[in-house]
Design a protein around this ligand. Structure first.
Ligand code: PLP
Length: 392
């Protein structure tokens, strides 16, 4: 442990040692042919993009991935200069010129984007690195098969004009987390066809890629040159259906802890929190946990979210409010300041992000990603650069 956590209202401990081990585990799964892109969009799913990106690179990831160009530019600005960064969610008017100057690989899914990026390349006076994204069946971003020939043709023209270099062809899966879903094989087939067309026309992609976390973990035929794991790197399973993190040798990176702010006796029949949806059955003790939906604690977990206080799992009593919620301590009287563990790896008997996802009827991705900026991140097991070599 490299940093001793202070005892604040709440903290999210980010175990960068676990993150590095997860990246090594993922690399071992796809080696030697396939590289790993560490997906650090949305502030690394709430874990902190810059620290997590550095840790992932220390463990052998060779690409970084973000959704927006702004996220990618922020990584460059933080000093991550010698690594390829792909970003894929562009909106008209976005900073293509800055992306070219920052050496980003920029995803193009349609003609509007190609025309903005070529215009920017002309203005900057440098070739833009672009990757063409195919919609092989997800039905979200990417170019439809019917429009592919035109996009490929225009991209080749721009390449011949010296305005772009097509560095990749890629796509994204809709149901990789549902083992055996027929769309998986169908998308793979469409991807192969669209890729073969682009290559026949003269595109020579450096990297062809399709796999997110569940595909990295369970579908080797989708690995191609590069895999793009996000959630698995943070030690969270993409879905309970495909297994637990431990089934894949992964360890949760984030632990969310708070300090119990108040412990008090309350009589039987006492309503608890807004709306009085919880009423004490008997005389009891109530503990105030000073985090709420402003911190990313889902209000949907009112009456259901699990919390470890002392050595017992308690349940959120009544509604989660903006800044706080209450647990019924059943007569126990931990000292104010006692630790309340909302989720973590589970070693100490604490719940996991998956448990909160179930309580809030959502996915664990949303639980970790939404932890708010009011919760300080405390980084554990960070390697300084001098020690990097020790960790390989
Ligand atoms: C978010 C995202 C990923 C990572 O997905 P996980 O399921 O978290 O591994 C990969 N590729 C794209 C295009 C994404 O948007």
């Amino acid at each position: 442990m490299t940093e001793t956590p202070p005892p604040p209202r709440a903290r999210a401990e980010i175990d960068l040692g676990a993150l590095r081990a997860n990246v090594r585990t993922l690399r071992a799964r796809v080696a030697p042919r396939t590289q790993v892109m560490a997906v650090v969009k949305a502030d690394a799913y709430g874990h902190g993009a810059v620290r997590c990106a550095r840790a992932a690179l220390q463990a052998g990831a060779t690409w970084l991935g973000t959704a927006t160009p702004h996220e990618a530019l922020a990584l460059r600005a933080a000093g991550l200069r010698d690594v390829r960064i792909l970003c894929w969610l562009w909106t008209p008017g976005d900073p293509w010129g800055a992306g070219i100057e920052a050496d980003l690989d920029m995803t193009v899914s349609g003609l509007w984007a190609l025309s903005e990026v070529t215009e920017a390349a002309r203005a900057v006076g440098r070739r833009a690195r672009i990757q063409l994204k195919a919609d092989t069946g997800l039905g979200r971003n990417g170019c439809q098969p019917a429009d592919w020939a035109e996009l490929v043709g225009e991209a080749l023209k721009a390449q011949q004009d010296g305005l772009v270099q097509v560095t990749g062809v890629w796509s994204h899966l809709a149901c990789a987390d549902e083992p055996g879903h027929p769309s998986i094989a169908a998308q793979l087939e469409v991807f192969r066809t669209m890729l073969a067309y682009a290559e026949k026309e003269g595109i020579e992609p450096e990297v062809r890629h399709l796999a997110n976390s569940p595909a990295t973990l369970t579908l080797p035929e989708t690995h191609f040159d590069l895999v793009r794991p996000g959630i698995a790197m943070y030690g969270v399973s993409p879905s309970p259906e495909i297994g637990t993190p431990a089934d894949f040798g992964l360890r949760p990176v984030m632990t969310l802890a708070a300090s119990v702010a108040l412990v008090k006796h309350a009589p039987a029949g006492h309503g608890v929190s807004y709306g009085h949806h919880y009423v004490t059955e008997r005389e009891t003790t109530l503990g105030l946990v000073p985090v709420g939906y402003a911190d990313g604690i889902p209000r949907h977990a009112s009456g259901r979210g699990p919390v470890l206080v002392g050595d017992k799992i308690r349940t959120v009593a009544g509604r989660v409010a903006m800044d706080q919620f209450v647990v019924d301590l059943g007569g126990d009287t931990p000292a104010p300041g006692a630790e309340a563990l909302l989720f973590g790896p589970g070693d100490r008997g604490e719940p996991t992000a998956e448990d909160w996802a179930r309580a809030a009827d959502t996915i664990a991705y949303e639980i970790v990603t939404r932890i708010g900026s009011r919760v300080p991140r405390v980084y554990l097991n960070e390697l300084d650069e001098a020690n990097e070599v020790l960790d390989q």
